[in-house]
Design a protein around this ligand. Structure first.
Ligand code: SF4
Length: 713
C-alpha cells in the first residue's frame, strides 16, 4: 500500500535523470507507475527532487514509439521542421522488426563494405545502462570496424576528463558529493546544483548550516548563493584569470603545502613561474572580483582543514575548458587539499549514466576503462579479448562526426551512415542548423529511441526502444557508484529492450555474439564488461549487485567495500604523482562586438532534463515549466525597456530564436541565459561549435548574440 492506494508491486531502481543517482522505488498498479518513492541510497538517503519524484509518467505517454518505422520513399528529410505527431504517418510507415532490422543493418553493412569502416559512426547514450553502452561501443568497434563512437560526454565533461587524466590519472571524482559534510570550505564553480543536481545541493546546504563555508564562483548567481559565505560572480570567460589569481595568492603568501607538493606533484616550478603574472590586483579588472576577495578566498581555501571543489559545465564548456580544470587541479594540489575526507575534486556528472557510459568505452579514443585505442599493448589485449581485428586510430568525436557527414564526396573519411541510440544530437549539438543539415545529409540514419525525437525525425529507420523502468541494468553515478535498476514494466506495443536491438543489429552486421540469460543476457554482458575494465570494478560481480544494489569503485575484490575517497597515498599516473600544468588566458572563440553585443549562456533548469524528450512529456514537470524562457538581468531589461513576459528575438551569426523573457538578477549584465530543452526556441541554434583542442568540447557557455524586441515564439 502507498498512501491510500494499494499497488500491485514495488520495484527498486535508480532515478533516470541526473548523475546524483538517487535510489528509488517504482510503485506499479495495473502496469502503470503510479508514484515513486526515494530509497535510502548512499547518494540520497531517501531524498528526491521534483524530477525524481514526479517525472515518471513520460513512460506512459501516448507518443511512445511502439512500432518500427521506415521512411516512405521520396519523402525528403526536412531539417527545419518539428516532428509533429500529426505528420508522422506522412513521413514514415510501420514495418515489422525483421524488415526494419534488415533495412537498418543491411545499409550499414553496404556502406561499410563499399566505402570502408570510417564511413560509419555511432552515438551511444548516457541515459542507457552500462551494459548497453558497453555493447554499443563493441558493436561499432568490431562490427563497423572503426572507433567512430561517442556520446554526450563530449558535450559536458570531456575537457574535465582530459585534464583529470593528464593531471591525476583518473577522469572520475576523488570524493563523493556528500563528503562536503567533512569539508571546512566548499568551492562550487560553474555549477547550478539546486537546479541540475538538486539532491546533491541539499548536502551542500546542510553543510553550510553546520558551518562549512560555501564559495560560489559563477558568472550567474544561482540559488546556492543564498547559502554561500562568499559569492564570486566573475565575468563570463575569465575562469583562468580568477583561478590563477587564487593560486598566485597561495604561493606568494607562503600558504602552499610544500611537503605535499614536494612529495606528490611534478612541475610545480613551471606553475609558480606562470602564475607570477596573475596577481589578484592585476586580475581583478579582468575577472571582476575585487583583489581583496580573491586573496580572502585563497587564504581560506589553503588554510581550511579540508577544502573541496565541485564544478559543472560552466567550467568545462569553453574552448579553454581543459585549462580551467588544470587550474582547479593545481589549486587543490598546491594547497594539499586532495586525498583526504572533505577535500578533492568533483566534476558533477550530468546525465544519470554519463560516468558509466564513459567508463564502458563509449568514447572514440578509449576502450573500456580509459585504455587508449592507440596503445599497442591495450590494442592487442582487446583484439584477443574480442577475437577480431580492431582499428588502432582514435575515432572522430561528436562535433567532428557532424563535420565529416558534410565532407566532400572525395574525402575517404566522409561519414555516410550513422546509428544513434538514445541521443538527440538534433537538439543537443552546437550550431543546430549545421548539425541538423549534417544528419539530414546522411545516406543512412538509424535511430533507436522511445519517442520521435528531433533526431529520429531525420532518420531512415526508427527502432522503438525501452524506457529505463522497462529494463534491468546498471548505471554509475557521479560518485563512482555502480547501481542496479530493475525492470518494473514491459515495453509498450512492439517496443523492445535496447540490448535486444543492439544484438540483432550486430548479428546482421556479421557478428556472432552469444549473451545467454534473462533480460537479453544483461548479466553476461555485465560480466564481460567487468573483465574488460580490469581492476576498476573487478570486485563488483553481478551477483553482488543483486544483494547490495550500490557499490563504489575502485573495488578490487568481492570483500572490498569500495573506495569512495581515492588518492590517499598516490595518484594513478605513470609516476604516482600529480602533473601540474600551467594555463594562460585564452579568450572565447567569439567575443561580443557592436553587431552582437550580448553573451549567450546556455544550460538547464530544474524541471527539464537535457533536450526535454522525457521531462516535457512528464505531466507535472511540463505543467510547472511549459514554456521556453530567456533570463536577463533587471537592469539590462530596464535599459532596453523590456518587461517580464515580453517576447524577444535572440540572434547569433548562426540562427535566431524568439522566446519569452523572464527577469533573473543573477544573470550578469550583458548576458542572456537560455535552457536548451525546448524545440520551439532551441538555444543550440545560436551556439558556436568552436572546440576545446584537448577535450573537443564545444563552447556552449559563451557566444555573441544580439537581442531584439518582439518576434513570434
Ligand atoms: Fe533524480 Fe538527480 Fe533529482 Fe536525484 S537529484 S531525484 S538523481 S534528478
Amino acid at each position: 500500500q502507498v498512501g491510500s492506494q494499494v499497488v500491485d508491486r514495488k520495484v527498486d531502481s535508480v532515478c533516470p535523470f541526473c548523475g546524483v543517482g538517487c535510489l528509488i522505488t517504482y510503485n506499479v498498479k495495473d502496469e502503470h507507475i503510479v508514484s515513486v518513492d526515494g530509497r535510502d541510497g548512499p547518494a540520497n538517503h531517501g531524498r528526491l527532487c521534483v524530477k525524481g519524484r514526479f517525472g515518471f509518467d513520460y513512460v506512459h505517454h501516448d507518443q511512445r514509439l511502439t512500432k518500427p518505422l521506415i521512411r516512405k520513399p521520396g519523402v525528403p528529410k526536412d531539417d527545419g521542421e518539428a516532428p509533429r505527431p500529426s505528420h508522422w504517418s506522412e513521413v514514415f510507415r510501420e514495418a515489422s522488426w525483421e524488415e526494419a532490422l534488415e533495412f537498418a543493418a543491411g545499409k550499414l553493412r553496404t556502406l561499410r563494405d563499399g566505402h570502408g569502416p570510417k564511413s560509419l559512426a555511432g552515438f551511444g547514450s548516457a541515459k542507457g545502462s552500462n551494459e548497453e553502452a558497453y555493447l554499443f561501443q563493441k558493436l561499432v568497434r568490431t562490427g563497423f570496424q572503426s572507433n567512430n563512437v561517442d556520446h554526450c560526454t563530449r558535450l559536458c565533461h570531456a575537457s574535465s576528463v582530459a585534464a583529470l587524466l593528464e593531471g591525476v590519472g583518473s577522469g572520475a571524482v576523488s570524493n563523493p558529493v556528500n563528503d562536503v559534510a567533512h569539508a571546512e570550505l566548499v568551492m562550487v564553480i560553474g555549477s547550478n546544483p539546486t537546479a541540475n543536481h538538486p539532491v546533491a545541493a541539499t548536502w551542500m546546504k546542510n553543510a553550510a548550516k553546520n558551518g562549512t563555508k560555501i564559495v560560489l564562483a559563477d558568472p550567474r548567481v544561482t540559488d546556492l548563493g543564498r547559502h554561500a559565505w562568499r559569492v564570486m560572480q566573475f565575468k563570463p570567460d575569465t575562469d583562468v584569470a580568477m583561478l590563477n589569481a587564487l593560486i598566485h595568492t597561495v604561493i606568494e603568501e607562503g600558504l602552499a603545502d610544500e611537503s605535499f607538493v614536494r612529495e606528490r606533484a611534478d612541475n610545480f616550478e613551471a606553475l609558480r613561474q606562470n602564475v607570477k603574472a596573475y596577481s589578484p590586483e592585476a586580475m581583478a579588472p579582468i575577472c571582476g572580483i575585487p583583489a581583496q576577495t580573491l586573496r580572502e578566498v585563497a587564504r581560506a581555501f589553503a588554510k581550511a582543514k579540508g577544502a573541496m571543489i565541485l564544478w559543472g559545465m560552466g567550467v568545462s564548456q569553453h574552448v579553454h575548458g581543459t585549462d580551467n580544470v588544470r587550474c582547479l587541479i593545481a589549486l587543490s594540489t598546491v594547497t594539499g587539499q586532495i586525498g583526504r575526507p572533505g577535500t578533492g575534486l568533483h566534476p558533477l556528472r550530468g546525465q544519470n549514466n554519463v560516468q558509466g557510459a564513459s567508463d564502458a568505452g563509449l568514447i572514440p579514443m578509449m576502450f573500456p576503462n580509459y585504455q587508449r585505442v592507440d596503445d599497442a599493448g591495450v590494442h592487442r589485449w582487446f583484439e584477443d579479448f574480442w577475437g577480431t581485428r580492431l582499428d588502432a586510430t582514435p575515432g572522430y568525436t561528436v562535433v567532428e562526426i557532424m563535420h565529416k557527414a558534410l565532407a566532400d564526396d572525395s574525402d575517404p573519411h566522409k561519414i555516410r551512415g550513422m546509428y544513434v541510440m538514445g541521443e538527440n544530437p538534433a537538439m543537443s549539438d552546437p550550431d543546430l542548423n549545421h548539425a541538423r543539415h549534417a544528419l539530414a545529409s546522411l545516406e543512412h540514419l538509424v535511430v533507436q529511441d522511445i519517442f520521435m525525437t528531433e533526431t529520429a525525425w531525420l532518420a531512415d529507420v526508427v527502432l522503438p526502444a525501452s524506457a529505463w523502468p522497462e529494463k534491468t541494468g546498471t548505471v554509475s553515478n557521479t560518485d563512482r557508484m555502480v547501481q542496479l535498476g530493475r525492470r518494473a514494466l514491459t515495453p509498450p506495443g512492439d517496443a523492445k529492450p535496447d540490448l535486444w536491438i543492439i544484438q540483432e543489429i550486430a548479428r546482421r552486421m556479421g557478428l556472432t555474439w552469444d549473451y545467454a540469460g534473462d533480460e537479453c543476457g544483461v548479466a553476461a554482458v555485465y560480466e564481460e564488461m567487468r573483465q574488460a575494465m580490469h581492476a576498476a570494478i573487478s570486485g563488483i560481480s553481478w551477483e553482488r549487485l543483486q544483494r547490495e544494489s550500490s557499490v563504489t569503485y575502485p573495488c578490487l575484490s568481492e570483500d572490498d567495500p569500495g573506495q569512495p575517497i581515492v588518492f590517499a597515498d598516490s595518484f594513478p599516473t605513470a609516476d604516482g604523482r600529480v602533473k601540474l600544468v600551467p594555463a594562460d588566458i585564452i579568450p572565447a572563440a567569439e567575443r561580443p562586438d557592436a553587431d552582437y553585443p550580448f553573451v549567450l549562456i546556455t544550460g538547464r533548469q530544474l524541471e527539464h532534463w537535457h533536450t526535454g524528450s522525457m521531462t516535457r512529456r512528464a505531466t507535472v514537470l511540463d505543467a510547472i515549466e511549459p514554456l521556453a524562457t530567456a533570463s536577463m538581468n533587471g537592469a539590462d531589461m530596464e535599459s532596453m525597456q523590456l518587461a517580464p513576459g515580453d517576447v524577444i528575438t535572440v540572434r547569433s551569426r548562426r540562427g535566431e530564436v524568439a522566446i519569452h523573457l523572464r527577469r533573473d538578477d543573477g544573470t550578469p549584465s550583458g548576458a542572456v541565459f537560455i535552457p536548451f530543452a525546448y524545440y520551439e526556441a532551441a538555444a543550440n541554434q545560436l551556439t558556436n561549435a568552436a572546440l576545446d583542442p584537448f577535450g573537443k568540447i564545444p563552447e556552449f557557455k559563451y557566444c555573441a548574440v544580439r537581442i531584439l524586441r518582439g518576434g513570434t515564439p
